[in-house]
Design a protein around this ligand. Sequence first.
Ligand SMILES: Cc1ncc(COP(=O)(O)O)c(C=O)c1O
Length: 484
Amino acid sequence: MLDQSRTPYADAVKAYGDHDLVRLNTPGHQVSSGAHSDLISYFGREILANDVQPFVDGIDYGTYPTPLDESLELAAAAWGARKTWFLTNGASKGNLMACLATRNLGEKIVVQRSVHSSVIDGLGLTGFDAEFVYPSVDKGLGIANGVTPESLEAAIERSGNPVAAYIVTPSYFGAVADVKALAEVAHAHNIPLIVDEAWGAHFGFHPEIPVNSIRLGADIVISSTHKLAGSLTQSAMLHLSESRFADTLEPLLDRAFKSLQSTSASALLTASLDIARKEIATRGATSISETLVAMQALRDGFNDAGRFIDIASHLMTYDDVVEIDPLRIALNTLIGGISGHEARSILFNEFGVHCEIATHSTIVLLVGAGVVPDVERIVNAFHQLPRHHDNTGHTLELPAAGERVSIVRDAYFAKTEIVDSKAAIGRVSADSVAAYPPGIPNLLPGERITAETVAFLQATIAAPYGHVRGGANPEMTAFRVVAH
Ligand SMILES: Cc1ncc(COP(=O)(O)O)c(C=O)c1O
């Protein structure tokens, strides 16, 4: 048993920062108060002093185990992994890494259609021939859920000879899929299960929150530690489980990590991973209990006032949802007479309450593991929102995916042209285009553009706070398509 109260890497960085050094290396601010007084007054001296370049003796360089090695091992132990990589370019990098690594094993892969755009980018970079497995979709609320073991099984069979199965759980709305059963399906076909667990970095650290995917049998797990587990924005981890695939996957992941890693990975982000791991591993059981009490008070507050509906029990009616992350609440706002986008905008601008995301019909708020929010302020703000309409006739349906014409890479690198939205209908998209958040592409390179998808993206952009990522122009009046 490793001592999870230790933070070897963060301590080594701090010792370097505290040391009286003449710095003649990068970063070029060199903690100079003469040259960089603005930087110092903005960030504070200590942050700049701890902003250390990689490959420093006694931090991440030298004989094994360096403090970095020790911290990685502590993280692997905390999440139950054989090996962990610290990522300083988000879970997005973890998804690219998993794609690059597994592409060495073959050309085909099974992928949940509602994965984050970084997985689609991974398919484009690697040239994987993906067979998509479709989650259940609540069209009215605009929400994609998980996938069932049966649909994964069918997709693996359709695919022919895939080298891995790639799923995402929990969803942006907190819906958790049956990872154990999904891993059993993948393993029965002798392929590893990759789980994008970006939203579940806190899983496994409290008996009342879901168990984390590595412990449920997944083989590669991508975890956005900065999302709910408390490290700094953009810091994340990738975990590899101890399994029959590990000996093959470990060197491939190592190589992919190096290909994608900056040679100047941030020590501040890395130290934050070390400290966040210590906090959740040593105090999570207690601190998450306090968060859970607050979450229940929030749910009670919303329920008692009766205006907005918590959609958790509705999500549980889908076959591909087995649990809900209790640290997030997704509310149906339309039922309370306001769109999710508008509610989010007013809550932020007029009440100083900044929620995670909104769709046309919902708003999602989340509370970091161990954080205790001001319940009364939040519930009061929600109930002062204006009411514009009744709850009928205002839904914005999530469009079904268009026909798939080519693999992602072929369309991405094809000769392309930009056409207006009318002319785009029926053409093959060269772009990955996603209502953001949640950043799940509504249109993939290689998919035929439908009138429904164009209408959905344009309606998304027209809504207050609506944003679409990856389009040929921000107004979504133009689309990049494969040239005839
Ligand atoms: C499911 C999922 N995976 C990966 C990512 C990318 O995470 P990051 O922002 O840490 O790069 C996101 C971001 O929202 C996500 O929702």
